[in-house]
Write a protein that binds this ligand. Structure first.
Ligand code: ATP
Ligand code: SF4
Ligand code: MG
Length: 330
């Protein structure tokens, strides 16, 4: 079988903070195959962006420590020097950030920024690169690519900037794209266009996509598999159909129950669940969800449950009571 586009094994991230060391990512594993879209969901602070930054190699070694294996199309990244890693990941993996204005360089034109990655990672000459920039901007639905290429980031609307980010990300046809909340700031029409665009590019190139989102309608629309994170750990992983029809972890079930019904609003966002996520400075000894879980038993507070595959297919759940409680109302 072909190597997965991305394989992440027991990824753990620690940060040194003034209050001591915190571990926002605690042993996360997942894989993404060619043509596949994996969704990563969970409440704010559960470690989604830190996971993406660790995979991309964007965390500073001065303030953080990353453990675990990261392999891109079978090649280990975690064992490479940072220079070799940047080279490899710049060509084979790209990321779209939550806030395009913060990630575009304000003092360089859009065209120059796209050109940077073409210069670094392709053998194209100047004229070919110019042509490629215009064709990329056209591909992401920009009506006047010549004008856009010579514009500064602040001259563009939010939707245009997000398209420019996508053009930059796909410039060198990466095998893997990580999109961190790519459409959160955009209105529904532009959001739908961006998702269509990602799907179309995936169909053409077969790239694997990791999409981080709060928006369950995005998950339902794009993803084949979904990882649910809680307090830096995977609490459930399954295919998208099973996620919506037979979620097993009490946290996933609460996330889905908190979702407004499909016909009340087209935008279905993860809403609040009673109680709070535990502090990274005081993680509980047992299950991290115990304080909020209606099914918690004494054992849950004493021993941490491990992630176990249950049922058919690869459906993994981290809960002591996963088998007992299937189908029960919470
Ligand atoms: N550089 C850092 N130093 C210390 N702690 C950090 C750092 N970056 C993130 N964190 C902490 O790690 C935890 C996970 O953050 P992360 O940004 O991954 O959350 P998230 O799941 O992406 O949330 P959101 O949905 O709000 O984007 C948070 O508690 C955050 O405060
Ligand atoms: S292990 Fe216990 S506390 Fe944790 S989710 Fe399962 S039932 Fe709830
Ligand atoms: Mg985030």
């Amino acid at each position: 079988m072909a190597e997965p586009r991305l394989r992440v094994e027991q990824l753990a991230v620690r940060f040194a903070t003034r209050q001591g060391v915190v571990s926002p990512v605690r042993g996360i594993s997942f894989t993404v195959n060619a043509h596949e879209t994996l969704g990563i969901i969970g409440e704010s602070g559960c470690g989604k962006s830190v996971t993406a930054q660790a995979v991309m190699g964007l965390l500073s070694p001065r303030t953080s420590r990353v453990d675990g294996e990261i392999a891109l199309a079978g090649k280990r990244l975690d064992t490479l020097s940072s220079r070799a890693r940047r080279q490899l990941s710049g060509r084979d993996m790209a990321m779209i950030f939550q806030d395009p204005l913060a990630s575009l360089n304000p003092v360089m034109t859009v065209g120059y920024q796209i050109d940077e990655s073409l210069r670094l990672h392709t053998a194209l000459g100047r004229a070919q690169r110019q042509e490629k920039i215009l064709s990329l901007l056209t591909q992401v639905g920009i009506a006047d690519p010549v004008r856009c290429a010579s514009a500064w980031p602040h001259e563009l609307s939010g939707g245009m900037r997000q398209r420019v980010m996508i053009a930059m990300a796909i410039a060198v046809s990466p095998g893997l794209l990580i999109a961190d909340e790519p459409t959160t700031a955009l209105d529904a029409t532009i959001q739908a266009q961006i998702l269509d665009l990602l799907e179309a590019i995936q169909q053409q190139t077969g790239m694997g996509i990791v999409i981080i989102t709060h928006d369950l309608s995005v998950v339902a629309r794009l993803c084949q598999r979904v990882v649910v994170l809680y307090a830096g750990q995977v609490v459930e992983e399954t295919d998208v159909h099973t996620l919506f029809s037979r979620p097993r972890h009490p946290y996933t079930r609460a996330l889905l129950a908190a979702r407004p019904s499909a016909d009340s609003t087209p935008k279905t966002t993860l809403t609040e669940i009673r109680g709070q996520v535990p502090s990274l400075h005081a993680l509980p000894a047992g299950c991290a969800y115990a304080d909020r879980c209606p099914l918690a038993q004494p054992r849950c507070r004493e021993q941490p449950p491990s992630l176990r595959v249950s049922g058919w297919g690869h459906h993994a759940v981290r809960c002591w009571r996963a088998d007992e409680t299937e189908g029960e109302r919470l």
